[in-house]
Design a protein around this ligand. Structure first.
Ligand SMILES: [Zn+2]
Ligand SMILES: [Zn+2]
Length: 299
């Protein structure tokens, strides 16, 4: 865990917390893909969860946050490892809040259908709880916004301090996929999700400060003698490719996550950082779950 996790958030601070740094492969120490973007201070802070992989609410609990604290959930694409615990976020927010707290889920086209099916799978549970708790009388209030490009406008009363925008990324044959940009207090951070270098991501990064990028070690995976692993090479970025994207946009900070193969808990961070550093001269952050990075304001 990063020492920085104990730091108090200041009023105009934009911060990234790597909630889960894992991948589809279960790892005892790494939760599934999830990144928290936090803006502002204390109870006024806005918290945006980007992807909702395995164990996300356990990790948020370690930060002193729960599903009710999320301003919105944003999904980069519909690969299972990025949405494993979306049902947990939906249900826990519903049963852990005592006044109506609608949840907005932003994602690429197809997200509405996935959420509809999740809610359908939760039908028995929803029925039990409505029958058992007098103050719960209807389904979890969930709004889905399907997006592809441009500004992301949340419903009235949700968010408002952070300007969010999105663009299509390239994770083919997973289509569509999107990256998000968060602007707050003179700082901007982009969350790429899974993608190869592409124009959409370059556009989001233009004029931003930091980039959170999922990566796989192609130098290692290329030597794994299973076709299914080799198949993953063509739709992810390596640390070098992520670094080149960061350099192209002249960013100050590159934050790597979604380590494939799973990075041991100590010892190899420097290898990942060095691969990126060959192509990027800024700060390179590599860390375990709950590693927190403040994105400095330019003003
Ligand atoms: Zn993916
Ligand atoms: Zn992934």
């Amino acid at each position: 865990m990063s020492e920085a996790t104990n730091k108090t958030q200041s009023a105009a601070e934009l911060a990234v917390t790597l909630v889960g740094t894992g991948s589809p492969m279960p790892d005892p120490n790494r939760a599934g893909p999830a990144t928290l973007i936090s803006a502002g201070e204390g109870t006024d802070a806005e918290h945006y969860l980007v992807d909702a992989g395995r164990g996300v609410l356990m990790r948020l609990a370690a930060l002193g946050l729960g599903a009710p604290n999320l301003t919105a959930v944003l999904i980069t694409h519909l690969h299972s490892d990025h949405i494993t615990d979306l049902n947990d976020v939906i249900t826990t927010r519903w049963v852990m809040t005592f006044e109506e707290t609608p949840l907005t889920i932003v994602g690429p086209v197809g997200t509405q259908s996935v959420v509809d099916h999740l809610l359908a799978s939760l039908e028995p549970d929803i029925g039990y709880r409505i029958a058992h708790h007098e103050d719960l009388d209807h389904c979890p209030p969930v709004t889905v916004l399907e997006v592809s490009e441009g500004a992301v406008e949340l419903p009235d009363g949700q968010g408002g301090k952070v300007a969010i925008s999105c663009a299509e990324t390239d994770h083919k044959p997973v289509e569509p996929s999107v990256g998000f940009r968060f602007d707050f207090g003179g700082a901007a951070v982009v969350t790429a999700g899974d993608t190869v270098p592409c124009i959409g991501l370059d556009g989001l990064c233009s004029g931003a400060d930091a980039l959170v990028h999922t990566v796989i070690r192609k130098d290692i995976i290329a030597n794994v003698p299973f076709q299914r692993m080799q198949d993953t090479l063509d739709y992810h970025s390596s640390p070098a490719e992520a670094a080149k994207t960061a350099t192209k946009a002249d960013l100050a900070t590159l934050i790597l996550t979604h380590y494939v193969p799973a990075m041991p808990m100590s010892g190899t961070e420097d290898d990942w950082r060095a691969l990126a550093a060959e192509h990027f001269g800024g700060a390179i952050e590599v860390g375990d779950d709950l590693h927190r990075v403040v994105v400095p304001s330019r003003t």
